[in-house]
Design a protein around this ligand. Structure first.
Ligand code: BGC
Length: 363
């Protein structure tokens, strides 16, 4: 009898072990051997993340991977739950654009324990050794381009000024603002220091000019406050430019300025980034001066190459090893080049390249 029980125990253990191994092998891909890639995007509210998610999904699927794509509604707990469930499903690689770069330490600890490589997408994930690679655009360069645009458009080196400029950047939980804003200030700060630029509100510290959630409504409301503080209107106090770190904030600022009576004929120069359709239309209308084009197809393509190399065990393409420190060390990074977009080149950049159709850029 004991012998039979012992045999039964061994058989049970063996079956259990086989089932466990099969479960580990099932990469969340429905029980086959196709690698599954978990893609976690911050929100569907902004046009760019929808494009990023869709480009990634299409390009990863074209390489034969299965894709588990989730959007987190700009909510940290939602993003943590979604990543936890991807880890539970045994995805092979995680690609994450964080809602808040500092809030994923615990959940990514689980990924690390499970041996799942993590690629931080566009936004660096801070304070965790779980981040294996980072793929983004040259974020400091994005800010520099915005600063250079204003420097050249206002001819700051040759004009006495003063030029009145207000500043807006993005969410304090997004590590990118610590590249965008300093990038812009690396060009503009000398002109603030010598009095060529004057900030009517006096608000110039990165935390004072931050916009929670990169929200258009928040940016509009802060611009309305700034307008009221100093009567920044066409007949009142002059305003030459508003340096905005991206299009979602630029759009809020543009609305506030239109409501305050500015028109395309005298509109202050507004900077942005992303080439959101609304902002490109504003550029065509004369109510936004520039944007920075970050071709999400290029970023997705780079990430697909990185994922493929990870899965195949070959060398992962990176081109920057000493700039993006997440608090635990420098993360090997793949940087893409941003491009300045204005009404001079948007047709070539955005329509001829197939990024948008002509109809999308027509009101
Ligand atoms: C991205 C920008 C985007 C912003 C708001 C940043 O992390 O780099 O392209 O405009 O988030 O979503």
């Amino acid at each position: 009898m004991r012998k039979i029980l012992a045999i039964l125990l061994v058989v049970t253990l063996a079956v259990g072990l086989t089932l466990t191994l099969t479960a580990c092998d099932d990469n969340g891909g429905g029980g086959n051997d196709t690698p599954t890639i978990g893609v976690s995007m911050p929100t569907m509210d902004l046009q760019r993340w929808n494009q990023d998610g869709e480009n990634l999904r299409l390009q990863l699927e074209a390489q034969g991977f299965e894709v588990n794509l989730q959007f987190a509604g700009n909510d940290v707990p939602t993003q943590i739950n979604q990543i936890e469930s991807m880890i539970g499903l045994g995805v092979d690689v995680l690609v994450i654009a964080a809602v808040d770069g500092g809030s994923l330490t615990e959940v990514l600890g689980q990924a690390e324990t499970a041996g799942i490589p993590v690629i931080a997408y566009d936004r660096l994930i801070m304070g965790t050794t779980a981040v294996t690679y980072y793929a983004t655009f040259d974020n400091f360069r994005v800010g520099q381009m915005q600063g250079e645009f204003l420097r050249d458009a206002l001819d700051l080196p040759n004009q006495p000024g003063p030029f009145y400029i207000e500043f807006f950047t993005g969410d304090p939980g997004d590590n990118n603002i610590f590249f965008f804003f300093p990038g812009a200030m690396s060009v503009l700060q000398p002109f603030v220091d010598d009095g060529t630029i004057v900030v009517p509100s006096g608000q110039i510290d990165i935390m004072e000019v931050a916009t929670p959630g990169w929200s258009t409504a928040e940016a509009q409301s802060r611009m309305e406050t700034l307008i009221a503080m100093n009567n920044l209107t066409p007949g009142g106090h002059p305003l030459h430019a508003v340096m905005c770190s991206n299009d979602s904030t630029a759009q809020g600022v543009t609305t506030a300025l239109l409501n305050a009576g500015w028109t395309a004929d005298n509109f202050p120069l507004i900077t942005g980034q992303d080439c959101d359709i609304i902002s490109v239309l504003n550029m065509i209308d004369g109510t936004q001066a520039m944007s920075v084009f970050k071709d999400t197809r290029v970023l997705a393509d780079n990430v697909v190459q990185m994922v493929t190399a990870i899965i195949n065990g070959t060398t992962v393409p990176v081109n920057n090893l000493d700039e993006y420190h997440n608090g635990t060390g420098y993360i090997p990074t793949n940087l893409s080049e941003p491009i300045v977009a204005t009404t001079d080149n948007y047709v070539e950049l955005l329509i001829d390249s197939g990024y948008y159709t002509r109809e999308q850029l027509t009101r």
